[in-house]
Write a protein that binds this ligand. Structure first.
Ligand code: NDP
Ligand code: GDR
Length: 357
């Protein structure tokens, strides 16, 4: 039997990059769908690229594609005939979804339906396994914590409402057509590859720029939001374990710890030896450098959301018992990894800019 074939939708994103790396290590032939873009969008997977003219057989193949384009998805799935499909593609920014609600529904909700239908049309629904990137945002306004697989959903954004449809259509195709289709309900997971407008990366990049004297202040929104933050490298291993289960099912992946955005800020500055004194309230709150009074954090109401998710805390017991999965990176490990990586990245960027100055 040849190598297993996996198709990753969203291979150029944070999770897509870590998952591609993991599956290549496991001996898979990996196919990824990337979007056409006017600028480079493959930076996260460039280190996995193989020269097609080189001596080694190529094991990572990229296809241009779009979750909003059904014919394209049908063609790729028909041609690749994957054994496993990981749907990680999405307009994944919660705040942006308030500004682009219809597009978010199209890509995140209908995109999932299009993939499931493409599997049926290509005649692979009987043997190809499907993973859907579901999210803790489904619990949004939930009044109970910790949240687990049977906690009622209460979406609080166009993004979460779109992901709710994607969750249920995945369950429906499993029940209606016997497709091996599973949802991973993943709580926030971050890494040095995290998009720069998500709060953790925005903070660690800001801390690194401040450490190098290139920025003075980071502007943030709601510092009181609580999230269950893990490391993306741990979570892609969980995705793979979900797909390997003999029977398709839905699993929460989380650390079981929750922290405020404010705490993330304090620990990130702690990595460069600075501590913060907080003063003021609401939009007037400020975070000052305890050693010299410099303003490091200011609030900008532009980053407040029309409806906020106040508290996410996951219960990963089912994943621990059935998948043997647990997170390995602690909250502090995650922050240290991100800050150290951004300290290096900022230095590299300064070097590059100097050349053109
Ligand atoms: P990213 O935003 O980093 O990556 C999203 C990927 O989807 C990118 O490759 C992006 O392409 C691609 N994409 C976006 N729109 C389309 C489209 N219309 N057609 C095809 N591809 C598209 O997200 P993450 O890697 O962080 O997350 C992966 C998945 O997991 C997403 O579905 C997200 O919603 C979900 N999720 C993430 C969590 C997290 O904490 N990271 C937690 C729970 C769920 P491009 O690079 O061109 O933008
Ligand atoms: P989230 O991640 O909405 O949880 O969605 P994000 O990092 O954007 O926000 C987390 C919390 O931080 C607060 N916040 C800010 N957020 C951003 N982006 N920028 C700011 O300046 C800022 N200040 C405070 C937010 O209000 C929020 O409470 C992520 C995405 O990866 C989703 O795709 C995924 O489904 C969920 O995690 C689980």
């Amino acid at each position: 039997m040849g190598a297993k074939k996996a198709l990753i939708v969203g291979v150029t994103g944070q999770d897509g990059a870590y998952l591609a790396e993991l599956l290549l290590e496991k001996g898979y032939e990996v196919h990824g769908i990337k979007r056409r873009s006017s600028s480079f969008n493959t930076q996260r997977i460039d280190h996995l690229y193989q020269d097609p003219h080189g001596p080694e057989p190529v094991r990572l193949h990229l296809h241009f594609g779009e979750l909003t384009d059904a014919t394209n998805l049908c063609r790729i799935i028909h041609e690749v005939e994957p054994d496993e499909i990981y749907n990680l593609g999405a307009q994944s920014h919660v705040q942006v979804s308030f500004e682009t609600p219809e597009y978010t529904a199209n890509a995140d909700a209908l995109g999932t339906l299009r993939l499931l239908e493409a599997m049926r049309i290509a005649g692979i629904a009987g043997h190809c396994r499907f993973y859907q990137a579901s999210t803790s945002e489904l619990f949004g306004g939930s009044q109970t914590a910790p949240q687990h697989e049977t906690t009622p959903f209460a979406p609080r954004s166009p993004y979460a409402a779109a992901k709710l449809y994607a969750y249920w259509i995945t369950v429906n195709y499993r029940e209606a057509y016997g497709i091996h289709a599973s949802n991973g309900i993943l709580f926030n997971h971050e890494s040095p590859l995290r998009g720069e407008t998500f709060v953790t990366r925005k903070i660690t990049r800001g801390v690194a720029a401040i450490a190098h004297g290139l920025q003075k202040t980071i502007h943030l929104g709601n510092l009181d939001a609580r999230r269950d933050w893990g490391h993306a490298r741990d979570y892609v291993d969980g995705m793979w374990r979900i797909v390997q289960q003999p029977k398709a099912d839905d699993f929460v992946l989380a650390t079981g710890e929750t922290h405020t955005v404010r705490e993330f800020v304090e620990r990130a500055f702690g990595e460069i030896g600075r501590s913060i004194d907080w003063s003021g309230e609401g939009v007037a709150e400020k975070g000052r450098d305890a050693s010299n009074g410099a303003t490091l954090i200011e609030i900008d109401p532009r980053y407040f959301r029309p409806t906020e998710v106040d508290l996410l805390l996951g219960d990963p017991a089912k994943a621990r018992q059935q998948l043997g999965w647990t997170h390995t990176a602690s909250f502090q490990d995650l922050i240290a990894d991100m800050v150290q990586s951004d300290l290096q990245a900022v230095l590299r960027e300064v070097g590059r800019n100097d050349r053109y100055a």
